[in-house]
Design a protein around this ligand. Structure first.
Ligand SMILES: [Zn+2]
Ligand SMILES: [Zn+2]
Length: 254
């Protein structure tokens, strides 16, 4: 099994040493895909960027069948060429495409939500995800579709499938049309409400023709590695989707 979403100290918000991540993965008997953050559109200049040459130089010697080197790129319509150039310049195993911004503004900023209903914000969020998947054809898997639920400053930020099915269906269809896998991000899955909602989303993914999911803890420290994987595998089973990871940009089965 693989944890396909891991942030080590090349990510500006993580202090995790690669060797600590590897030791923890060995204890859980799983492999890792390291996916440090690169958000070229992040407003603060030094935030969420790293030197990819150094990353490969430093981590290259640890690379093996169980330790793969990927990246999580922040998708943005204004940076699609820069992202593409970056991805084509290095020999990544896996590329996660993530929407951390709406119109290049961090999803955590309350300005985004001011004067709008949650549905109005979600229209922008999901529309930008669809546009970005289409303009970033080099991503292997869509990261955390429910990322906005972590940071939206409202009392119930769940992206309920029953309420927003028209918007979520567009994302699912875009993933399927572009042959992009969908990630099950295990960060929020422990909550029953979230689990039931994700079950609806990934069942719909299967229903519309989707097959493959990657599973990632989005760890920034060793204790989070492999978190809630039991729940994620149960979700795969219930939704009848296959967990995979990417090696050399090609899907591999657990
Ligand atoms: Zn992310
Ligand atoms: Zn991440």
């Amino acid at each position: 099994m693989f944890d396909s979403h891991i942030h080590t100290c090349f990510s500006t918000d993580s202090n995790m040493k690669l060797t600590d991540a590897i030791n923890t993965a060995d204890k859980h008997n799983i492999g890792l895909v390291i996916t440090d953050h690169m958000d070229l559109n992040y407003p603060k200049e030094a935030g969420f960027r790293f030197n990819v040459g150094d990353y490969f130089k430093e981590y290259g010697e640890y690379r093996s069948d169980n330790l793969l080197l990927g990246i999580e790129v922040g998708m943005s319509l204004d940076y699609k060429e820069d992202n593409e150039k970056l991805i084509n310049s290095y020999d990544f195993d896996q590329v996660i495409g993530s929407q951390h911004t709406i119109n290049n503004i961090d999803i955590g900023y309350s300005d985004i939500y001011e004067g709008l209903s949650y549905r109005e914000v979600l229209i922008k969020y999901f529309q930008e995800i669809c546009d970005c998947i289409k303009t970033h054809p080099y991503i292997d898997t869509l990261g955390h579709i429910d990322y906005i639920s972590r940071y939206a400053p409202i009392s119930d930020s769940e992206i309920y499938y029953d309420k927003y099915n028209d918007l979520i269906d567009s994302v699912i269809k875009t993933c399927i049309d572009t042959n992009t896998a969908m990630e099950i991000n295990t960060r929020r899955i422990k909550s029953n409400v979230t689990f039931d909602n994700l079950k609806k989303i990934y069942s719909r993914y299967k229903e519309l023709g989707g097959k493959y999911v990657t599973i990632g803890s989005d760890s920034h420290n060793p204790t989070a590695i492999n978190n809630n994987f039991k729940e994620a595998l149960l979700l795969c089973h219930l939704c009848n989707v296959k967990p995979i990871y990417f090696k050399n940009r090609k899907p591999e089965f657990f």
